[in-house]
Design a protein around this ligand. Structure first.
Ligand SMILES: [Zn+2]
Length: 250
């Protein structure tokens, strides 16, 4: 893929007293390279892109001095009146995680719709209740199925008329659910694809102290996607680990 980005081994300088000064006019070519990759990355929504670009700019271009490290520069680049909240919130949004169907609107086509078998045809032949041959009534209760390969969830919703089906499905998935692996993450984990840092500490700062990373790792690049080839290893910019200044007010 893209040419490797060599960022001066900054991650190998843990006890440096003075940061190298950069008074602006940094490496525009590197910034352009990484910005291009960020814009091409269809895993990133607008907010993730904003966050990634701010760090790309901070690492490659922003004026740095003893008082302005990469994190401070990224904060400034986000150009918000409440930098701290914004940076923290954007990083929290990037927390690597599995998001279950129905958590956000549109992620479960049969959210709260009964999957019980259809008894009589729906008057509209093209209606999904006919094409899928399901009841489709508003459902009250669901059975959670965990898939064996991915650990991903399927919600089986049932209406009050299909409580017998609900009970049967609940029994059927018991063993499978117990055997299913931790779900492969499907959200966040983009910062770690582009930058190196102490991600456990960073994501805990942005979320909560007891947060644990997925067994599949921090980086979305490393997460298997069924039916898709893995994203090729990306050259990454390196953020100084000790540079994390999350708790410092800007
Ligand atoms: Zn039903």
């Amino acid at each position: 893929m893209g040419a490797a980005l060599h960022l001066a081994h900054t991650h190998q300088a843990p006890v440096k007293k003075r940061r190298p000064k950069r008074t602006g006019g940094g490496d525009g070519e590197k910034f352009a390279q990484i910005a291009h990759r960020i814009y091409q990355d269809d895993r990133a929504d607008d907010r993730a892109r904003q966050l990634l670009l701010a760090f790309a700019y901070a690492v490659t271009m922003a004026p740095l001095d003893e008082n302005t490290g990469v994190w401070q520069a990224a904060r400034k680049a986000l150009n918000s009146r409440s930098h701290r909240t914004t940076l923290q919130q954007l990083i929290h949004d990037d927390t690597p995680r599995y998001e279950r169907p129905g958590r956000r609107w549109g992620t479960d086509p049969l959210d709260r719709l009964c999957r019980g078998p259809r008894l009589r045809p729906h008057p509209d032949p093209d209606n999904f209740r006919n094409t899928m041959n399901i009841c489709g009534a508003t459902a009250q209760e669901y059975v959670l199925e965990k898939q064996l390969g991915t650990g991903w969830y399927v919600n089986h919703w049932f209406c009050r008329r299909h409580t017998d089906h609900l009970a049967r499905v609940r029994e059927q998935v018991k063993e499978q659910n117990a055997l299913a692996p931790e779900p492969i993450p499907n959200r966040g984990g983009l910062m770690a694809c582009y930058f190196d840092s102490d991600w456990l500490r960073v994501y805990r700062w942005a979320g909560w102290d007891s947060w644990e990373p997925p067994v599949y790792g921090f980086r979305a690049d490393d997460w298997p996607t069924p039916g898709k080839e893995a994203v090729p290893q990306r050259a990454r910019l390196r953020l100084v680990v000790g540079d994390f200044e999350g708790d410092k007010e800007s």
